[in-house]
Structures are given as C-alpha cells and as structure tokens.
Design a protein around this ligand. Structure first.
Ligand SMILES: C[S@@+](CC[C@H](N)C(=O)[O-])C[C@H]1O[C@@H](n2cnc3c(N)ncnc32)[C@H](O)[C@@H]1O
Length: 352
C-alpha cells in the first residue's frame, strides 16, 4: 500500500540530523548531502497561483460577496464535508448527536472566562457556522471534521484511524527530532497546545510526552467544554491535561514557562496580524531552548481552495504569509519547515 511513510525514530544523532536537515529553510540551501535517507520532504510553501490578487481569487471573493450565492456555496461546502466524511466511515452525524445529547454543557461554566475579549476576526461566520467557533454545533462536529484531515492527506490508508496515526505520528516525530537536535534542554516538561479545539492534537501530545504537563488553550469555550468532557470520559492520566480559555495572542500565562508550544491547523484560520501575534506570544512563553511547532496546510488544489474559501475567510492571508520569516522576525532560530505528509508541512524554530 502506498502510504506516506512516517520517519522512524533512531537513537543515532547523526542519522536524525541527516533526516531532519534534508529539509530546507525558506530561503536557504539544502543542508544535507545524503537526501536518500530522508523520508521528509522540503516543506517550503510557495504562494499558490490562485491565492492573493489573482483572477480566480478575485472571482471567488466576488461570488462569496453575493449573499444568496454565498449561502449556496456554504451549504455545498458543508454537504461535501459531511458526505465525504461519512463515505470514509467517519460517523459524522452520529458523533455530533452523541455530544449534543451528552452532559457536555456542565463543563462550559467551569471553563469559560467571561471577561475574555475576542479578537474581531473570531466573531465572523466561519466554517459555515453563523456563530463561527462560538456554538455547540461547531463544537459537536469538530472531532469528525478533524478526523477528516488525516483521510484527505493519506487517502490510501486502510482506515481513518491509520491515516490520522500517520499524519499525527509524522508531526510528532518531526517535533521530537527538531527538539533533540536544536534544543539545549534535555526533556520536554511543559507543553502548550494553542488552538487546541476539542483536544485532538492535545491528546496526541499528551500521549507522546506522558511525563510532560500539557495545557490545551483555545478561544472557544464550547470547544474546550467538549475537550474537557471527552478527556473525563477516558482513562485518567498521570498528568491530567489542563484546559485554558484565552486568546493565544495574549494568554496571560507566565513568560518562559513552556518547552514546546504547538499551533496545529490553527493559522490557516487566522489573518496575518493574528499569525504574527501568535508567534510572538509563543516566543514569550517559551523557555530558552524551547521550540515552536506550527503545522498546517501545504498547498490546496484550486477546486478545494474555492470550496474552502467560502467557509475559511483567511485562507488567502495564510497563503500570503511567510511563516518562516515571521518566526525569524520574532527571534526564533533554527527555523526549518518540512513536509510531514503530502498535504501538511510543519515549521519549527527554537528560542535561543
Ligand atoms: C482547526 S482548529 C485546531 C485543531 C487542533 N489543534 C487539532 O490539531 O486537532 C483551530 C482552532 O484554533 C482556534 N483559534 C483561532 N484563533 C485563536 C486564537 N487567537 N487563540 C486561541 N485559539 C484560536 C479556534 O478556536 C479553533 O479551535
């Protein structure tokens, strides 16, 4: 089966180096002389021809600005999402119903920061939900939507679970390798997952680093309520995950308090100014030697871009933002990007 092979862990620092550093910096040369040992590919993001001020992008924007047409596009995008998920054996409607009929609502009060001021971009309709991420329906559907990420990236996988194990496994492995090579600290003790949504990425991090204290942070108290509810249903961990309702651009968490900050599939949902804010805040939160890992879309086909753009208002800005440069400008060093599966790249950097 032609799966995208995850890299395999090796105790040899030299072989790790060959694998990881066969990626390129955005502007720099290839570092390794032995590309055959690498299963990761260069993760540089070229601006897609259809993003920005291009005729296709302008045409899509014009279509979206016509209200009745936007409604049809939005409806179409949602139907495609649900039917594709169900075709791939993700029981979307069943999972949603289970959450909506559960005791999840009790978690909301314990998690919501009623004083939180939401950034303006967050209050727009989003992902075909009129209330964006601030609704129970969005929260109840989020895990099924997240599961679809893996299957789209690894269509040949024999199951959704296998696809997600490959996508998340490669991401975690890239993080471990970068940390091992570039960080002066030996262990990852404190992890912050910014934009944790309903906690899928957070649980992957907590499973991979069981001795670390893991915090999931998000702007949506609905998503966090689902995250906390689902975690309570699972076997208790030695180090329970903490959930924080805050803006990742201004968390109020203490400086120099984390070894790893993750932004998984967050920044394609943000305007450039928020991406810059998130990267700067991550830098403040990390200890010297700590690392930031940003994983997100590499490229999209024009068709998918058009469909997604109707429900993802900041896709253009994401594709026009130079993430590596943003990290370098925020003073991160060892900034490398790597394609961790055919659809996603992971950009990593260290605090000096
Ligand atoms: C696609 S979801 C992330 C999925 C999750 N990290 C995973 O990998 O399973 C994007 C999340 O980013 C959150 N988000 C967007 N802007 C944010 C911000 N400024 N601060 C914190 N969370 C933010 C949204 O609420 C949403 O839950």
């Amino acid at each position: 089966m032609a799966l995208y092979t995850p890299i395999h862990h090796s105790s040899s620092k030299l072989s790790l180096q060959s694998k990881l550093f066969s990626t390129k910096t955005r502007h720099g040369p290839t570092r390794t002389q032995t590309p055959h040992v690498s299963t990761f590919e260069e993760g540089q993001l070229e601006q897609p021809k259809w993003a920005g001020e291009t005729p296709l992008s302008r045409f899509v924007a014009a279509l979206i600005s016509i209200k009745p047409l936007y409604k049809i596009l939005k409806f179409g995008a949602r139907q495609v999402l649900i039917s594709t998920a169900e075709k791939n054996k993700i029981p979307w409607r069943e999972m949603t119903k289970k959450i909506l009929e559960s005791e999840v609502y009790k978690e909301f009060e314990t998690i919501q920061d009623t004083c939180l001021v939401y950034p303006d971009y967050y209050l727009n309709p989003f992902h075909a939900y009129d209330d964006g991420n601030l609704s129970w329906l969005a929260a109840a559907e989020a895990e099924a939507a997240t599961m679809s990420i893996g299957k789209r990236a690894i269509p040949n996988a024999s199951s959704v679970d296998e696809a997600n194990q490959v996508v998340r496994g490669n991401w975690l492995q890239a993080i471990e390798q970068h940390y091992q090579l570039c960080s002066v600290n030996s262990t990852i003790n404190d992890i912050l997952d910014i934009g944790c949504s309903v906690g899928v990425s957070t649980r992957f991090l907590a499973d991979r680093f069981p001795s670390a204290k893991v915090t999931g942070l998000d702007l949506s108290p609905y998503f966090l309520a689902v995250a906390q509810f689902k975690e309570k249903e699972m076997v208790p961990r030695k180090n329970p995950i903490s959930w924080v309702h805050a803006n990742g651009e201004a968390t109020d968490l203490p400086s120099n308090s984390f070894d790893l900050v993750s932004l998984a599939y967050v920044i394609h949902e943000c305007p450039t100014r928020a991406i810059v804010g998130l990267v700067k805040e991550a830098f403040r939160l990390l200890r010297p030697g700590g690392m930031l890992a940003i994983t997100d879309n590499s490229e999209l086909s024009p068709v998918l871009f058009t469909l997604m753009k109707s429900t993802e208002p900041f896709l253009d800005e994401y594709y026009l933002t130079d993430v590596e440069e943003t990290m370098t400008e925020a003073s991160f060093v060892n900034v490398y990007s790597t394609l961790t599966d055919p659809r996603h790249r992971t950009v990593m950097g260290t605090v000096p």
